[in-house]
Design a protein around this ligand. Structure first.
Ligand code: SF4
Ligand code: SF4
Length: 491
């Protein structure tokens, strides 16, 4: 009797990439790869590559911790995930990072903008005018985040391009007045590069702010394809200014398979030499929003492929440095290195391998040591401020008997590499999205996972029609704040 050509590993729910209906999906292992095999009653079968490393994929299923509860949930469980966002009472993780979009406008018009932002006043996609949000509305969104989180770990001011909001600094001050531990500014860097006074004023808000700087390529071709402009000089000028003020910065590279994926190692090496840069985040393109020239079958890049590229292209990190992040392991990879006296030492390089890592590939000794495991889980999280990541790292190192914590070690010495993969209609997995810890404030007061926001909840996006259909024709944004339910009501 012939065997199946794959191993059937499990079952989940996904989405049909054509009509966004919820469909059952088998998780299959075949020839070293992991696939989602779905069947839509209307559009038939669909198979999607979700990982090219079975061992690492399995490690993600084990590398988990109980989720942290927000102070409140915003919507009841009614239509089923992902149609109840949110945060609905069925969501398993609070927001480690929550975005607030200040504006729909931008000083660039990237062909791949998930937010359909642009320099033109009218969107060619929605035919609606692009607006700045009012300060009052932004403050309400900040208040909604605080109401959900109490003391939010990280709030990211985003857009569109947040720095072109006419009241950008008032927004920054409004955020600093609230009990937010760490504020990030998600920017393309154009104003920082071109306006010295803007960069100087931004630096005056230190400490407690960090720049999340778009940085996709060193070459003109990929920049034009991803950003619609040759930004090489702008990027360098922005980094020079950030170095001048030692303004903590994370470079963010949007990666498209076959376009800029060969630059991953070069980006890490470049970042390590910059005074102000504390790390690099690689984000494979999410198939959502404006995606001119993007073909999912050809251009999608999985989390494990990016991780593999980091290992192949950079000498800094070894496989056991790049671990799943326990709050959302399917979608987040993280690795640490220390910059000490001109040297770059990966975290595992500081340790005796027998303290930390077992000889078995992808398994870790600390799984048996609860204290060590707790400290690793604290460090490997997206919710860090500069102070908290330095302190979490020190606590971990102190816990290891053969490691001397370097004197005076602070955030300036830490370098963090991350892969952040957002779920789209292709790789969507209900089991995974319930752990999503990167959220976004909806203007109506809800706080929604970033993944589902771009698929269903962003005004004018393709998924709004599906949402209305599921809700029996009800407006897709109707859940008022008065429907807020407390954590108590989930039982
Ligand atoms: S993604 Fe989370 S918030 Fe949205 S419906 Fe699913 S469980 Fe609820
Ligand atoms: S810089 Fe960012 S917000 Fe502006 S168009 Fe590009 S992706 Fe969109």
């Amino acid at each position: 009797m012939p065997s199946r050509p794959h191993l059937f590993y499990g079952l989940t729910n996904s989405l049909c990439s054509q009509c966004l209906s919820k469909v059952e999906a088998k998780i299959l292992f075949r020839k070293g790869n992991v696939y989602l095999a779905k069947h839509c009653p209307t559009h038939g079968p669909e198979e999607v590559l979700i990982a090219d490393d079975i061992d690492y994929y399995k490690q993600c299923q084990e590398f988990i911790k109980p989720g942290d509860m927000p102070r409140r949930f915003n919507t009841p469980i009614k239509y089923g995930c992902p149609y109840d966002c949110g945060i609905c009472a069925d969501h398993e993780q609070h927001g480690c990072i929550t975005l607030v979009e200040l504006t729909e406008r931008c000083n660039l018009s990237c062909p791949i903008c998930y937010a359909d932002a642009g320099a033109e006043e009218i969107s060619a996609q929605s035919h609606q005018p692009r607006k700045h949000r009012s300060l009052e509305q932004i403050e309400q969104m900040l208040d909604a985040i605080v109401a959900n989180e109490g003391e939010p770990d990280v709030v990211q001011l985003s857009g569109g391009e947040p720095t072109i909001h006419p009241q950008f600094f008032e927004v920054l001050e409004a955020a600093q007045r609230r009990p937010i531990k760490h504020i990030m500014i998600n920017t393309n860097g154009v104003r920082i590069a071109k306006e010295p006074e803007f960069a100087k004023r931004l630096a005056s808000y230190l400490p407690g702010i960090e720049v999340y700087l778009q940085f996709d390529s060193f070459d003109e071709g990929p920049l034009r394809e991803l950003r619609g402009a040759d930004l090489r000089q702008v990027r360098q000028q922005a980094i020079d200014r950030l170095n001048e003020y030692n303004l903590s910065t994370t470079l963010v590279s949007t990666v498209k398979k076959g376009l800029n994926d060969h630059e991953i190692g070069k980006t890490i090496d470049f970042a390590l030499k910059q005074k102000a840069i504390r790390g690099v985040t690689f984000q494979p393109i999410q198939a959502a929003g404006r995606l001119d020239g993007f073909e999912a079958g050809r251009d999608r890049y999985t989390l494990t492929e990016v991780r593999r590229s980091i290992l192949e292209q950079s000498d800094t990190f070894k496989p056991k440095d790049l671990l799943p992040v326990p709050c959302h392991p399917d979608c987040l990879v993280m690795g640490y290195a220390l910059k000490l006296a001109g040297k770059v030492i990966p975290l595992t390089g500081l340790m005796d391998p027998t303290d930390f890592l077992s000889a078995v590939p992808n398994s870790v000794v600390y799984e048996q040591d609860e204290e060590l495991k707790d400290k690793i889980f604290k460090l490997f999280s997206t919710n860090h401020s500069p102070a908290s990541s330095a302190s979490a790292l020190k606590q971990l190192l102190c816990c290891l008997p053969k490691v001397n914590v370097p004197a005076g070690m602070g955030y300036d010495n830490i370098f963090r590499v991350m892969v952040v993969q957002f779920l789209d209609a292709y790789n969507f997995d209900v089991r995974s999205v319930k752990r999503a810890c990167i959220h976004i404030a909806h203007p109506d007061g809800r706080i929604i996972p970033f993944d589902t926001y771009n698929l269903f909840y962003r005004e004018g996006c393709a998924g709004q029609a599906k949402l209305q259909e599921v809700m029996g024709g009800m407006p897709a944004i109707a859940t008022p704040m008065t429907s807020t339910i407390s954590p108590v009501s989930i039982n």
